[in-house]
Design a protein around this ligand. Structure first.
Ligand code: GLA
Length: 390
């Protein structure tokens, strides 16, 4: 199945239409924030490691206008759900988009931003729960819209931090910083090589002939119910056993010398993290010198390590990686994001995209009985907002 991009009304059109018809008002603010793929550097952001994500040309869009009273009324256009609250209102930690929206409004208020009463309509073309970071895009999009309504802006890293807190404090996922940072700091045709300890990053060009192809396995997982938070704890435990602040602080050579002393599970989890951080450094260097063969090899090794040592892959993701690599012109493929379901990322030469679209869903269905949805993306700019939309 090919994602209906051109045929579907753009997310912005849907949001504007719903705003006018359902909320009977004209928006003054339009904000957008992108989803992401991660080229390499998986499950290392919460270990202070290096990651290499790219924002994609799929957004969560928020259109908004101030209201006369203090309430915030939200319409999730694509699901028809609604919510109403005031920014400082307490609410239970819960699943779903509502926690993200309420969490963002509350954190902004707590940091002294006077969040006005507002009507918001939210729509998007980042598939939900597919590992393309729809939740970070939602947090950043809503935060950008509320800031624009309040006539304020924040330095990029403060916006990242706020969106990240909304995720961990209100939705209960102990995630790292990667998804929120790339949604804010992405750039057109660039990947971001990010040091998750210092939050310093550089933009690295993605060769113009490459497409970032996200293939959705159709298997859905919920990060809070998945083993994600368990992995975070396992890594903290491993760092403690090894006597370091985080697994970032162990060089691969030192680790190899000491891994024999570790219990099996701890050894495998830590081995993934230590080797993945090193692979990501090497991949960034390979991308800089446009050594795509090496980049592809590192992607494959990363997937293998996630499958064997970190145990966050599933047979469907393994199958997608294998069938993607059967296509001539695919540089490399691996699972992208948390795993347990969701998407793979394949780096594909533009000339091979047609064959990819033909081969991968067919071969995947033959192996698993499931449809695959292919999103052919390009690296895109981070979030933006306009406050004089008319
Ligand atoms: C999820 C989290 C990220 C990161 C990835 C795995 O997307 O939100 O912080 O940990 O999983 O690399």
């Amino acid at each position: 199945m090919i994602a209906p991009v051109a045929e579907a009304p753009a997310a912005l059109e849907r949001a504007l239409l719903a705003f006018r018809t359902e909320l009977q008002a004209e928006p003054t603010v339009v904000a957008r924030a992108p989803g992401r793929v991660n080229l390499i550097g998986e499950h290392v952001d919460y270990n202070d490691g290096f990651v290499l994500p790219a924002a994609i040309d799929r957004d969560i869009v928020t259109v908004a206008a101030p209201r006369a009273d203090a309430s915030i009324r939200v319409l999730a256009v694509d699901t028809g759900e609604v919510d109403a609250f005031t920014p400082l209102e307490r609410f239970p930690r819960a699943a779903g988009w509502i926690s993200y929206v309420r969490g963002v409004a509350r954190l902004l208020s707590e940091m002294g931003v006077r969040v006005p009463g507002a009507a918001l309509a939210i729509s998007g073309d980042v598939p939900i729960g597919a590992g393309l970071s729809s939740s970070a895009a939602l947090e950043v999009s809503v935060a950008s819209a509320l800031l624009a309504l309040a006539g304020r802006s924040l330095p990029q890293l403060q916006l990242v931090e706020l969106a990240h807190r909304a995720e961990s404090e209100f939705a209960g996922v102990q995630c790292g910083i990667m998804d929120q940072l790339i949604s804010v700091c992405g750039a057109v045709d660039r990947a971001v090589f990010l040091d998750c300890r210092s939050l310093e990053f550089v933009h690295l060009p993605v060769p113009a002939q490459l497409r970032l192809v996200a293939t959705d396995s159709g298997v859905r997982r919920d990060l809070r119910n998945s083993a994600y938070n368990d992995r975070v704890k396992e890594c903290q435990g491993a760092a403690q056993l090894l006597g370091v602040r985080s697994l970032r602080d162990i060089e691969p050579g030192d680790f190899a010398a000491r891994e024999g002393d570790l219990p099996d599970l701890v050894r495998r989890r830590a081995r993934h993290v230590v080797t993945e951080i090193e692979r990501t450094r090497q991949a960034a260097a390979a991308l800089e010198r446009q050594d795509l063969a090496q980049f592809g090899r590192l992607m494959r090794e990363s997937h293998e390590s996630l499958r064997r040592d970190y145990e966050v892959s599933i047979p469907e993701l393994d199958a997608l990686v294998e069938v993607a690599c059967e296509v001539d012109g695919v540089v490399g493929a691996r699972l992208s994001g948390a795993g347990f379901g969701g998407c793979t990322i394949s780096l594909v030469n533009e000339s091979a995209v047609a064959e990819f679209l033909e081969h991968v869903p067919r071969a995947y269905r033959a192996r698993t009985g499931r449809p695959a949805t292919v999103h052919v993306c390009r690296a895109a700019a981070g979030a933006s907002a306009t406050d004089n939309w008319t």
